[in-house]
Design a protein around this ligand. Structure first.
Ligand SMILES: [Zn+2]
Ligand SMILES: [Zn+2]
Length: 467
């Protein structure tokens, strides 16, 4: 990106990113303020760059969750760009092949102007996509379907490369029927229920709904229902059945933990013909490997089973991103998506690229339960070494909220989020749907300043992370 812009605009570009030293950052800001550059390129916080006479803000990949800052202040750089554009009378362009539902809704409503690029960039080829219905396969073929296996072997033979996507498994505590793909959902929130071995119960992590876990699948009566899905290790064992371990490179949480090791793995992958890269959604991000001609999504259902009303939208974004890794060079690419829900709109999008169909379907679902864009969502997260204190603080807040009688406000009950404990602290959250956020903001401002003993509170308006 930097290289392309420099070719066009020469030295008149300032780059802002998190690797700058404080001195370099100060230099860049000074240059920008003095008007010595005409163009600022940067990640999230670049939206605050001290540009005088601002004319245009382009938000590329506007749907990307990384525009939302995960720590205080909780802002979304896309929304900030729109606000800043309004204040400074600048044009704002949001670009995406898979727009956020909220953004596309705004465009359809006429709040934004919709410009559709109906033709692809010349020369850009789409990979072919095969959807494998795991329900139709025998048990031992459900990790590597016959097509996936033969395709991987063929790539090795041709000295081409493969990427295998394992969706993040850390939170895969939902029950998924291995035979029909049924996932139990909360009748009130529609998000997936989480299975608790202790007590053998299914619980909603959004409201406090709970119900005994059925022994058999309520949909197909399978008695394999409670057998947990495939672990990462099992996948590796099966992969080594037909591939030499030396060919396999892994990106996992260990790999990102060590500084620079992610780049080392990617460099090694790039220089090893016939190798295979296995990893979570990190493998999907923007790397350009011309020799990758095969992408296998081992289990597309894991992401869709996360307790998050955006699960479908995030799955669609992940699938189209990872599909884009296949066939970036001269040779055509193949994408294999393994799922028990071949009709799921997110999977269908990967095949037919019909975003509007996905949008209509998702919007209808959200309207029923008044999720964004039909409401604004607020998440109040309480963290404490004492679980009881965290819970109590939210109950106090909920009581105070109900007493205020603010119109158009629907709070759920305080409950534990999927990530119920982090770094020694217990977590509780309270979700509030609001039809008119302006009426709720004064209350939220007071809460953000309230002090509860030994409890850390976070008030997040329009949260993206629901874990
Ligand atoms: Zn619920
Ligand atoms: Zn079933």
């Amino acid at each position: 990106m930097w290289g392309v812009l420099r070719d066009y605009f020469g030295e008149e570009v300032a780059v802002l990113h998190s690797y700058l030293s404080p001195g370099e950052r100060a230099d860049a800001w000074r240059k920008i303020r003095k008007g010595e550059v005409n163009l600022v390129l940067g990640a999230r916080s670049a939206v605050f760059a001290p540009v005088n006479n601002l004319g245009l803000i382009i938000v590329d990949e506007e749907h990307d969750g990384s525009y939302k800052q995960g720590s205080s202040p909780y802002y979304n750089a896309r929304d900030m760009a729109i606000t800043r554009g309004k204040f400074e009378n600048a044009l704002v362009i949001l670009g995406s092949a898979t727009p956020a539902i909220e953004s596309f809704y705004n465009a359809i409503q006429g709040k934004f102007k919709l410009i559709e690029m109906l033709e692809r960039v010349p020369g850009a080829k789409l990979p072919s996509v095969e959807v494998i219905d795991l329900r139709k396969l025998r048990y031992r073929e459900r990790i590597f379907s016959p097509l996936a296996k033969s395709s991987i072997l063929k790539r090795i033979e041709m000295n081409e490369q493969s990427i295998l996507l394992l969706n993040r498994r850390g939170f895969s505590t939902s029950l998924i029927c291995p035979d029909c793909g049924y996932v139990p959902r909360c009748p009130h929130c529609e998000v997936t229920l989480t299975y608790h071995r202790v007590g053998d119960e299914l619980k909603c992590h959004w409201c406090d709904y709970e119900t005994p876990a059925p022994d058999n699948c309520p949909n197909c009566n399978s008695d394999d229902f409670k057998h947990r899905g495939k672990g990462t290790q099992k996948i590796e064992v099966q992969l080594y059945d037909f591939v030499e371990p030396e060919r396999v490179l892994r990106i996992d949480s260990d790999a990102i933990g060590r500084k620079g090791s992610l780049n080392k793995i990617l460099t090694k992958f790039a220089s090893n013909p016939g190798s295979i890269l296995v990893g979570t959604q990190m493998v999907a991000k923007g790397h350009d490997f011309p020799d990758v001609t095969l992408v296998v999504v081992i289990d597309a259902d894991v992401g869709m089973a996360l307790p998050d009303f955006r699960a479908g939208e995030k799955t669609l974004q992940l699938l189209s991103q990872v599909a884009g890794r296949a066939g970036r060079g001269e040779r055509p690419g193949l994408v294999i998506i393994q799922t028990r829900h071949p009709d799921e709109p997110a999977v269908q999008f990967a095949v037919n690229h019909d975003y509007r169909a996905f949008f209509r379907h998702t919007l209808a679902r959200r309207q029923i339960l008044q999720y964004p864009p039909y409401s604004r969502l607020v998440r109040i997260l309480a963290q404490s070494e004492d679980s009881h204190r965290a819970e109590k603080s939210l109950r106090t807040i909920l009581r105070a909220l109900l007493k205020e009688n603010i119109p158009d406000v629907k709070p759920l009950s305080p409950t534990k989020p999927p990530l119920a404990k982090l770094k020694g602290e217990y977590r509780w959250h309270l979700l509030i749907k609001s039809g008119d956020i302006r009426k709720l903001l004064p209350f939220l401002n007071r809460i953000a300043q309230a002090r509860f003993k030994n409890v850390k509170l976070r008030v997040d308006v329009d949260p993206y992370d629901m874990m």
